[in-house]
Write a protein that binds this ligand. Structure first.
Ligand SMILES: NC(=O)C1=CN([C@@H]2O[C@H](COP(=O)(O)OP(=O)(O)OC[C@H]3O[C@@H](n4cnc5c(N)ncnc54)[C@H](OP(=O)(O)O)[C@@H]3O)[C@@H](O)[C@H]2O)C=CC1
Ligand SMILES: O=C1Nc2ccccc2C1=O
Length: 304
């Protein structure tokens, strides 16, 4: 779980590149099945710029584009870490994966990617019930365990899980524990749900942060602005690099994205400087003065 150079070590001993390039959010194309060349170009640009870790999901409908970009880049499969997610649906328990279960869903996704395995497979959200899905959360997890045993996923984890959701899996005596919990995280949302970061860490579950640049993009003006600007000029880095680095130094893996080469490059250049512990603490302290939540608001805004 600790940061070692440009990777985190997971509880199972495997490593994961410590910065991810997301192919959701601005690239999301649900319900539109033609290949989007812009997405292929963006992911190819990211891979060729050196992005080591691509974050996809069934619901983004961009897995074909990721596969094409990987093939075009000429980078070897084993040199790129690919994450995918099972679409569990949202808190309405209505929308859900087109496939019958997570095992079949990943096998269908692998065809889209045109690869044999993913490096990390996540349950996108915890909203799974026997009545709506035909299996419960523990059984969903067991499908993921079988994917590991059959060689289709190297690591398995969850996303948007609360402490209680994690407890359901941990208390079921799983064969494999979740390696990762991917949640919304930045200085203005230091716990997507109560106590989740500390609980995940204390159970050796690596926290991964989506929307790490929220304060820069959606949070201005805000209480960390001036301090982050000051750190950017002290270290000769951009504000976005300061935000990504502070996420890393909180022991959390940031997943960001960009259509622009210089920003992709900048997101990879966050391993050659270090904020002091006081500086990280100050960002965290100032950040607590504001809340910014962009995703899963129907489910989790009640905590704001
Ligand atoms: N598990 C889940 O439920 C969720 C997972 N995710 C995953 O996380 C990924 C990242 O999420 P996202 O919210 O987009 O992450 P970020 O907070 O990193 O925001 C990325 C956005 O910031 C812009 N940007 C990047 N660098 C800069 C910069 N230096 N200055 C100004 N703007 C900048 C990009 O646009 P530009 O092209 O203009 O640079 C892009 O639109 C998603 O693609 C997805 O893979 C996201 C949401 C939910
Ligand atoms: O990338 C994403 N965009 C989203 C919007 C709503 C819910 C989940 C997501 C993602 O994972």
């Amino acid at each position: 779980m600790s940061l070692q150079g440009k990777s985190f070590k997971l509880s199972n001993g495997n490593t994961i590149p410590a910065i991810g390039y997301g192919v959701g959010t601005k690239w999301f194309k649900f319900g539109q099945n033609q290949i989007d060349d812009k997405v292929v170009e963006a992911v190819q640009l990211a891979i060729e710029t050196g992005a080591p870790h691509i974050d996809g999901a069934e619901i983004y409908n961009t897995n074909k584009e990721i596969g094409q970009a990987l093939a075009k880049s000429g980078v070897k499969r084993e040199d790129i870490f690919i994450t995918d997610k099972y679409f569990a649906g949202d808190g309405s328990y209505k929308a859900r994966s087109e496939e019958v279960n997570p095992y079949e869903a990943l096998k269908a996704d692998l065809k889209q990617f045109n690869i044999d395995y993913v490096d990390l497979y996540l349950i996108h959200a915890p909203f799974i019930k026997k009545e709506t899905h035909g299996f419960d959360l523990v059984e969903a997890w067991q499908y993921l365990e079988k994917l590991v045993d059959d060689g289709f996923a190297k690591n398995i984890g969850v996303s948007n899980f609360t402490k209680e959701d994690l407890e359901v899996i941990l208390n079921s005596k799983p064969k494999y524990k979740p390696a990762v919990n991917q949640i919304e995280y930045n200085a203005y949302l230091q716990n997507q749900t109560p106590g989740i970061v500390e609980f995940s860490k204390s159970n050796d579950i690596l926290v991964s942060a989506y929307s790490p640049l929220g304060p820069l993009l959606k949070g201005k003006p805000g209480p960390i602005d001036e301090y982050v600007e000051k750190l950017a000029s002290k270290y000769g880095k951009t504000e976005s690099q300061i935000l990504l680095r502070s996420v890393l130094q909180n022991g959390i893996l940031p997943i960001t994205t960009s259509s622009k080469k210089e920003r992709i490059q900048a997101s990879l250049e966050i391993f050659d400087f270090e904020l002091t512990q006081d500086e990280v603490n100050e960002i965290n302290k100032l950040g607590k003065q504001k809340t910014l939540r962009q995703y899963w608001t129907n489910e989790y805004s009640k905590y704001d």
